[in-house]
Design a protein around this ligand. Structure first.
Ligand code: AHR
Length: 664
């Protein structure tokens, strides 16, 4: 058959399938059977966690408190990205005036007599948040040529220059680098973000600047810490672990651009920074110790991913002698996190300000090594595995691709899918082997519908997927959505603030919001018992769904259509209280009555609690302008029991908490 004829038949088939995607419904009401006396396993206490990396200005311009964009002037070698000169002064990169070996160039500012007021201006990451009654800690390194003998004036001002919120002055610049510090106090005014930070020269001459920093108050008042509102948003998810530092950010585009942890610890001015694979510069101000502090602040376990010798452009390190230095780096990294004063890297951590060792249980070797076409991962993993096992036998070691030579404790699976794909695969884990030693870490997953953050369709796909993970959390021990953050200030332009189109939470310099998917996840992670209950169902509505066509031998080939469920559920039980937590997801645009039958209990109280996330349309969403359009609503409900009928609203996620008493 000719290629043309094949394409024609495929198109015809596709048209037929599309026509057939009419809802096939029985007239029977869906029935959910909950077997309360049949625990199938234990809900993993670490099931819900966070995954993070520097993408979409997640740290710089995001969680990391620093307000100055490009504080080290290294973001771009040819231009002073995020900076501008004021008063006609000339601003240049001076490679002959390094602050030190790490910050190996500086900014030279020349101001003539007729330049006034001469200085530099930084508008932050699409704005600088200024709040009333708030102190800002400013610092920078500076030196001057003999022709300058004035002061430097720091100010926090509105971008239009109409308001000055705070000022401070420093003097005493000489020909040698020196650090200058000041506190700027904003007193009155409404919180705002269209503001700038200025350093102005009070006299003509030449000065050099490096490491210009401005910090607002941070979460838990940590020096060099995190933005409080974003930490609060994360804390509400009750996350049990943090997978860091990536993602692709761990790997880098090249080996030279990998996350080299030793360059990310110690004094900020000694961190050289590096280019991230997501197209912008990282100062590494949020480095290894700051990741660990973040875990400590939110009581999360660190899931430390170590660079495993494979970068995004395909460069890889051969197992054997070539890989030894990378394995040693990983061992040193673990020692930095967990060692005591008697170890070299433990002592370094103490010197860096954290006396107590961190508790570390999980090490991940690499990221998405299934992309490594060289076939080197098995050998690379084995070398890391053996060295880590020998020195730290208590650690759980996570592989990122299938390996044969060793048995990882967990394997990291990633799924980025459409709503229907998520729903079509929501029962996959029910079919996984129960006898494998290697358990599942679903380390990146997301229903990618909606941008910059998912809409309700995304939340429904996510919730369907989460019922599958929770129901199988005897083998799915951990899961984390990705990406976590997006700065939504400039999402249209190529060089803007977003690289990945669909992300869990969004923010600008001043405010933040959670997407419907964020709330779905928050509902799941804050409502579950410790025992997975056996369940069954009848009359679940289904629809015929045509998966996307794939190209095979140059021809678009639609895979066979599938019948997918449109209602999803799982049930867990709190052993102590006996409370049953029933999660139900209605992805349909119609209200769905559901008959719930609970067996294996003496009785179930008529009163309970329902928490519902719902929308009028799957396209409905939250945004920076409308942050709370879709949020969960909790209420007391009646009419529950061992058997009851509940009407699930269209496009909704419902969690019922049922007070059940066990058989005598
Ligand atoms: O989450 C965005 C990227 O997706 C991650 O960096 C990478 O691991 C995956 O391909």
């Amino acid at each position: 058959m000719s290629r043309r004829a094949r394409s024609f038949i495929c198109l015809l088939l596709l048209a037929c399938f599309k026509a057939a995607i009419a809802q096939t419904r029985t007239n029977l009401i869906p029935v959910l059977l909950i077997k309360a006396d049949e625990p199938r396993g234990t809900v993993s206490p670490t099931l819900y966690g966070l995954m993070t990396e520097e993408i979409n200005y997640s740290y710089e311009g995001g969680l990391y408190g620093e307000l100055i964009a490009n504080r080290t002037f290294k973001a771009s070698p040819n231009e002073m990205k995020f900076w501008s000169a004021a008063g006609g002064a000339t601003m240049t990169v001076d490679t002959n005036a390094p602050l030190n070996g790490a910050l190996d160039w500086s900014m030279k500012l020349d101001a003539g007599r007729d330049h006034s007021p001469a200085g530099i201006v930084n508008g932050g990451y699409w704005g600088i948040a200024v709040r009333p009654k708030t102190k800002y800690y400013a610092s920078f390194y500076a030196k001057a040529a003999d022709n300058f003998s004035g002061q430097l004036l720091m100010s926090l001002e509105s971008a239009d220059g109409n308001r000055v919120f705070a000022r401070a002055e420093v003097s005493g610049l000489t020909g040698r680098w020196r650090k200058f510090e000041a506190t700027l106090k904003a007193k009155t005014g409404r919180p705002s973000k269209d503001n700038v930070f200025k350093i102005t020269m009070t006299a003509p001459g030449t000065i050099w600047l490096q490491d210009v920093s401005l910090f607002p108050p941070t979460y838990n008042d940590r020096p060099n810490g995190n933005r409080p509102d974003l930490m609060v948003l994360l804390a509400a998810m009750n996350p049990k672990f943090l997978r860091f530092p990536g993602g692709n950010y761990l790997q880098g585009n090249t080996i030279a651009e990998r996350f080299e942890w030793k360059n990310t610890v110690g004094p900020l001015e000694l961190r050289p920074g590096h280019e991230s694979p997501w197209g912008y510069w990282s100062t590494d101000g949020l480095g290894l110790l700051e990741f660990l502090d973040w875990c400590e602040d939110l009581k999360m376990q660190p899931v430390l991913a170590v660079y495993a010798g494979y970068s995004l452009n395909g460069q890889y390190v051969n197992p054997g002698d070539d890989l030894k230095q990378y394995v040693q780096d990983a061992l040193d990294e673990i020692e930095y996190a967990t060692g005591d004063a008697g170890t070299a890297w433990g002592a370094q951590r103490i010197k860096d300000g954290h006396p107590l060792p961190f508790t570390l249980n999980y090490i991940e070797v690499g990221n998405e090594d299934w992309f490594d076409r060289s076939g080197s991962y098995d050998g690379r993993f084995a070398q890391f595995y053996d060295a880590i096992r020998a020195r730290y036998p208590q650690l759980q070691i996570i592989a990122t691709a299938t390996v044969k030579s060793r048995t990882p404790d967990l394997i990291d699976e990633h799924y980025y899918r459409s709503e229907e794909e998520m729903e079509a695969h929501a029962l996959d884990y029910d079919r996984y082997s129960r006898t494998n030693h290697t358990k599942i870490f679903c380390g990146e997953w997301a229903t990618r519908v909606g941008s910059p953050t998912p809409n309700m369709a995304g939340a429904l796909g996510d919730a369907a997927w989460m019922t599958g993970m929770e129901r199988n959390s005897d083998i799915v021990l951990m899961s984390s959505y990705a990406p976590l953050f997006v700065n939504v200030s400039d999402i249209e332009t190529r060089e803007g603030s977003m690289e990945w189109p669909c992300n869990l939470t969004g923010y600008d310099a001043l405010t933040r919001y959670g997407s419907p998917s964020y709330y779905a996840q928050q509902m799941f992670s804050t409502h579950h018992g410790d025992a997975i209950l056996a369940t069954d169902s009848q009359n679940i509505p289904t629809e015929l769904w045509q998966p996307r066509a794939r190209r095979h031998n140059g021809v678009e080939q639609p895979p066979p259509a599938m019948r997918i469920r449109r209602l999803f559920f799982d049930a867990t039980r709190e052993s102590g209280s006996g409370t049953i937590c029933l999660k139900m997801v209605n992805t349909l645009g119609t209200p769905e009555p559901v008959r719930v039958i609970i067996s294996g209990v003496r009785d179930v109280e008529g009163r309970g609690r329902a928490t519902v996330l719902r929308a009028d349309s799957p396209d409905d969403t939250n945004s920076i302008e409308h942050p709370k359009q879709i949020v969960p609503v909790s209420e007391k409900v009646r009419g529950l029991g061992k058997q009851f009928t509940r009407l699930l609203p269209p496009y909704s996620i419902t969690i019922l908490e049922l007070a059940a008493r066990t058989k005598a």
